[in-house]
Ligand binder design. Structure first.
Ligand SMILES: [Zn+2]
Length: 319
């Protein structure tokens, strides 16, 4: 650009109108973000400025929203769970297959769940089969051990991982008795003597156990344990429910299974789609780097789009 041209451009009235907008943005993003002057903006390219600026604005909006919510509240727990890495991929997944498609009913429930909007009781029972009253956000459905919703969500997730293993030509078996693998847990609870998935990947024996944890409970619940759950779920950076679920599984299974020569991996997610770190690692390069990206999953994003859509669809109690 010839000398003197930028100065002439600054005289344009429509460009002058951008000056207050620039000042307003500068005030929002704060002094830590060095926003170029209008003259700099028109005289030379600013590499990735839009992306950096958008990131900063999103951080500001998030902090503003988070700080406006009560400490230890379900709203904070929900927000942190929804904004975890790859947790809301169902919103952007192209519905190119059944496993990435939510019907209208499921979509409405998923959006309501993530935004904290009361579920439409015209279509959802207000009373669980356990006899308990279902709160307006449906938290009861996601934690009840008697109602079928929690089990349905878990089953959908397990079946999805099974399908993905099958597509990757990984030999597997489901609901495997640990005794049949020569493993005996010190805990003699019969429910703990089975493993969701046994598979063989690159010659190594893997045991995978799926779990979906709910990060919040009704704020006004009289049960003290529920307040603890909310406190955990509302802590930055979030993901505590999935992390604790992974820890529970590891404490229970890893020492004994590892001693027997198996690799144990918990596959944990939160109801709002936030993933446990072990699941993220497993999809990234574990259990073997040779699995990614050509076998399991074919594409990491594809895996999370499908898994996230499965969780999204499971918000709907009838799914
Ligand atoms: Zn119930």
């Amino acid at each position: 650009m010839p000398q003197g041209r930028p100065a002439a451009l600054l005289d344009l009235s429509w460009l002058q109108a951008a000056v207050p907008a620039l000042a307003a943005i500068s005030e929002v993003v704060g002094p830590s973000f060095s926003l170029p002057s209008l003259q700099d903006l028109i005289s030379r390219p600013q590499v990735r400025l839009q992306q950096r600026l958008t990131d900063q604005l999103h951080k500001f909006r998030f902090n503003e929203l988070f700080n406006s919510l009560p400490p230890d509240s379900t709203a904070r727990a929900r927000l942190l769970s929804c904004q975890g890495p790859l947790s809301s991929v169902w919103l952007s997944a192209i519905p190119s297959s059944d496993s990435k498609t939510l019907n209208n009913f499921q979509y409405r429930h998923a959006v309501a769940g993530c935004l904290g909007i009361a579920l439409p009781h015209a279509t959802v029972s207000q009373r669980c089969i356990c006899g308990g009253e279902v709160d307006k956000f449906g938290d009861h459905f996601y934690v009840c051990h008697t109602g079928r919703e929690r089990v349905t969500r878990y089953t959908n997730m397990r079946n999805l991982f099974v399908r993905i293993l099958a597509e990757a030509d990984v030999p597997f078996n489901v609901e495997v008795s640990l005794h049949s693998l020569g493993i005996t847990l010190p805990d003699d609870n019969p429910n703990n003597q089975r493993m969701d998935i046994y598979c063989v990947i690159d010659g190594s024996d893997y045991l995978l156990d799926v779990t979906v944890a709910h990060p919040c409970r009704p704020d006004n619940s009289p049960i003290p344990f529920h307040r603890t759950v909310n406190r955990h779920g509302a802590q930055l950076p979030g993901g505590k429910a999935a992390q604790l679920a992974e820890k529970d599984k590891i404490d229970k299974y890893r020492p004994t299974t590892q001693a027997a020569g198996f690799r144990f991996v918990p596959l944990a997610a939160e109801t709002f789609g936030r993933w446990g770190e072990k699941t993220m690692d497993f999809s990234r390069c574990s259990p073997s780097e040779s699995l990614a990206p050509h076998r399991f999953p074919r594409r990491r994003t594809e895996l999370f789009e499908r898994a996230s859509s499965t969780i999204g669809a499971s918000f709907c109690p009838s799914s």
